[in-house]
Design a protein around this ligand. Structure first.
Ligand code: PLP
Length: 418
């Protein structure tokens, strides 16, 4: 069984070829299974010749849009003539990407040194290893409940609300209606009384993304940081999803007014190449010795070239400044949709990342499908709903006003059918 779409002979052939060969665990469920043959800016062209406005950025990866001309040119230039792999040697672009990345975080005085990884979850794991090596006599790992840090290893251990790792403890994260600051402080203090001097790290996300877009008040992260500082516990901020402009600042720690001990970056960092990074306190990063955080693909020449090219475009095209402006318009458009369609129960988010909470799971799937099929030739592309019924809106940061207007009218047309 494979997902097919009406009037898409070419797309359906490709869907079948893929599904016959690849186990279904490989992909996340989407009701559309869009087959894309060409992509440019915020527009995806399907194999059967339809145009989709992209509201996903892949999965918050292509913040600069698809095939950005300056990015593509620089990406090729940075890696020209270099070996593709650089496991047992160093190339200039690797050194340049590392020092530029640290410099891009000068708003955090703790951004002193870094480690590379090839995926977000590996970055999380390396950050956790660093804290655990720094404090080997502290067994306890604290995470916020309902977070998503990845599906592998230690990243999986601190994801969700229960853990098979007996050393993990979860604490509350503000969701629908935040409790008072005192509630969270008391919970943290009680935890410390239970494990004095035994906590190796505290890990959280700026906002709960995968759980359905819950963006906390800034005081929450500030309160956590104060508690970590008081007890000398490394504060790990998972910016795999939020880094590089998503919340309207280059980094979400700026949005929330904190200075974490380690920040984990991924996704938008390299505009689609496999790159992640941990940037933080030198004493934590240097607690890992030769080889203890090495692997075949981390800091690949392609990844480092992509990071340099992405940083170039952010600077030259003032992406963050433009994002702040467009963010207000995206938010206003989503509130207008909510006014029009009562099945949109809530709009949550900031910058260029929002969640539309829909009345129920099957309706949320229907919204995604109807948006895809808005007209015979056009549509809007979403991920499959998160946490059952939340549709994520995360267009490339380069979305233009006219593209936003088109998406708005397509969604009005599509969702009237529901
Ligand atoms: C906040 C956050 N952390 C970690 C990860 C894991 O990243 P990866 O899928 O690259 O391993 C993700 C991926 O969605 C994420 O959103």
């Amino acid at each position: 069984m494979y997902i097919s779409q009406e009037k898409e002979p070419k797309g359906n052939k490709i869907r079948k070829q893929w599904t016959d060969a690849v186990g279904r665990g490989q992909g996340t469920y989407t009701p559309t299974q869009a087959v894309i043959e060409k992509a440019r800016g915020c527009v995806l062209h399907t194999a059967d010749g339809r145009r989709l406005l992209d509201f996903t950025s892949g999965v918050l990866v292509q913040n600069l849009g698809y095939n950005h001309p300056v990015f593509e040119k620089r990406f090729a230039q940075y890696r020209k003539n270099l070996p593709r792999n650089a496991y047992n040697m160093i190339t200039p672009v690797q050194a340049e990407a590392s020092s530029r990345l640290i410099k891009s975080m000068k708003s955090n005085p703790k951004a002193e040194k870094m480690l590379w990884a090839a995926s977000g979850s590996e970055g999380i794991q390396k950050a956790m290893w660093a804290a655990m090596h720094r404090y080997p006599d502290r067994p306890i790992l604290v995470a916020t409940r309902f977070g998503f840090h990845g599906k592998k290893g230690l990243a999986a251990d601190v994801t969700g609300e229960t853990s098979k790792n007996p050393n993990v403890r979860f604490v509350s994260f503000p969701m629908y209606t935040p409790e008072s600051p005192d509630f969270y402080k008391k919970e943290l203090d009680a935890l410390y009384r239970e494990f004095p001097g035994k906590i190796a790290l505290f890990i959280t996300e700026p906002y709960l993304g995968a759980k359905g877009s819950f963006h906390p008040p800034a005081w929450y992260h500030q309160l956590v940081q104060a508690w970590c500082n008081k007890h000398d516990i490394p504060f790990l901020f998972d910016e795999v999803q939020s880094c590089f402009g998503r919340t309207g600042n280059m980094y979400a720690y700026e949005t929330y007014g904190v200075t974490p001990d380690m920040v984990i970056l991924g996704k938008g960092l390299a505009s689609g190449e496999s790159a992640a990074a941990v940037v933080g306190r030198a004493d934590l990063i240097d607690s890992l010795d030769y080889g203890e955080a090495s692997d075949t693909y981390s800091a690949s020449v392609a990844a480092c070239s992509a990071v340099c090219a992405t940083l170039d475009v952010f600077k030259e095209e003032q992406i963050v400044r433009k994002t702040k402006k467009m963010a207000q318009e995206v938010h206003a458009m989503l509130l207008d949709l909510q006014q029009t369609f009562p099945f949109i129960r809530d709009v949550r988010g900031e910058g260029m990342v929002y969640g539309l909470e829909i009345e129920g799971d099957s309706l949320a799937n229907r919204c995604v499908l109807e948006a895809y099929r808005a007209t015979d030739t056009r549509g809007v592309h979403f991920l499959g709903p998160l946490a059952g019924k939340v549709i994520r809106v995360s267009p490339p940061l380069v979305l233009s006003e006219s593209e936003l207007k088109s998406a708005h009218s397509l969604l009005l047309k599509a969702w009237k059918k529901i």
